[in-house]
Write a protein that binds this ligand. Structure first.
Ligand SMILES: [Ca+2]
Ligand SMILES: [Ca+2]
Length: 90
């Protein structure tokens, strides 16, 4: 599992952004920010991919659970696997 904070920092340096962390830790997979990982988070990713809904910046970070830098159906699938217990952590 990659460190999200170092990822953000690296990205910010690359892009020349100034940034402020609003929380120490973003819960990976908690796309809608309700402190719980459930099927609603999967739905958020699907709506985002379908251009029906735009994710918050925290949601974008939390949604990339496979850490490849893009939000895709693979991230939604990984959360679903986590929810049914096929994988133990995100
Ligand atoms: Ca959630
Ligand atoms: Ca991803």
């Amino acid at each position: 599992m990659h460190s999200l904070n170092s990822y953000i920092h690296k990205l910010a340096v690359q892009q020349g952004w100034s940034y402020q962390l609003i929380s120490d830790e973003i819960l990976m997979g908690d796309v809608n920010g309700d402190d719980d990982i459930d099927i609603n988070d999967v739905t958020c990713i699907q709506l985002h991919l379908a251009y029906i809904r735009t994710l918050s910046s925290e949601g974008v970070l939390a949604a990339d659970v496979d850490g490849d830098g893009v939000i895709s159906i693979n991230d939604a699938t990984k959360i679903q696997k986590y929810l049914v217990g096929i994988i133990k952590s995100l």
